[in-house]
Design a protein around this ligand. Sequence first.
Ligand SMILES: *Cc1c(COP(=O)(O)O)cnc(C)c1O
Length: 366
Amino acid sequence: MKWKTQIHNLKSYQPGKTMDDVKEQFNLDKVVKLASNENPFGCSPAVKEYLADHALSHAIYPDGYAKELREGTARFLGVEPGQLLFGNGSDEVIEIIARALLSSETNTVMAVPTFPQYKHNALVEGAEIREIPLKGDGTHDLDAMLSAIDADTSVVWLCSPNNPTGEYIRKSELVAFLDAVPQHVLVVLDEAYYEYVVAGDYYQSIDLLPHYPQLLITRTFSKAYGLAGFRVGYGVASTEVIGKLEPIREPFNNNALGQGAALAALADQAFIEKCKEENRRGLQQYYDFCEEKGLKYFPSQANFILIDFGVSGDEVFQFLMSKGYIVRSGEALGIPNTVRVTVGSAEQNDEVISRMKEFLGARLTQ
Ligand SMILES: *Cc1c(COP(=O)(O)O)cnc(C)c1O
């Protein structure tokens, strides 16, 4: 068969072990998953009410235009409904952008390490990939990214806060970057963790849209909104950019329950505010632990933290998993000797931190 040559070496996504797998393997009663940056507090009670009231007629297609969710989100953001593109998760928005703009005749610029789906989709489309290493402090090297852009560059991917470092792009740097990027380049700004940001010099990206027609922002209901299982994310850009992307989208890409759940979740901003505060307290637990043990870490604007243990992240990961705590090894994420831990509830954080202390103690006495 005539497969695209660039897909020969692609691997399918390796999902982490499920909680049931780990329970069985290590004979544990309880397993805590702190590996995928899901919300430890679940989602707004408003979503549960919505779901209880909507025993759906499952034979009917969902609204392909996601009209109610679209209008609700547009109102919430202060943009026009035509400035939004809804995806089956923001993952799908990334895929749609790649399908529309990337080919073997183009190149695309991104940081490394960053969220892997930019590169994955660029590979499928056969585009040349230009990966620009993060700076030592875990931030994007925007000057180097700018230098990598040429006449064939189609898309630049920025992730802020960046997964897996949790670091963010400062407002002045973003504005200087956007001022310098040529008009033929789409700049995708992935703000999957936007709701958790507290930094004073973070930008309000939506306010930048009217000034930068080549900017597209992605956000998601999967993280702070606690709806990862429903798969709802979106892109926001000018009506011209969205108008080009909309025809690429599958007609019924967002299911009916997901649309309703997302709209209900959006209305409960008090829940988001509470989660944001809990998350800061949780991060502080990890900061205190790292300071006490002299471990390097990346200050985070997201709901996860990347900690340098000075030994292979796989080793830390294996030890924690055997005790019932699933985290992500930095080896797989491209930052050796680290693990990425999702900030859990205060109790979960305490528990995993005491296991980390156990790990460090066991290494010292070896
Ligand atoms: C989790 C994540 C996403 C994907 O989220 P979905 O909306 O669930 O597809 C996108 N970008 C980053 C940086 C993420 O961490």
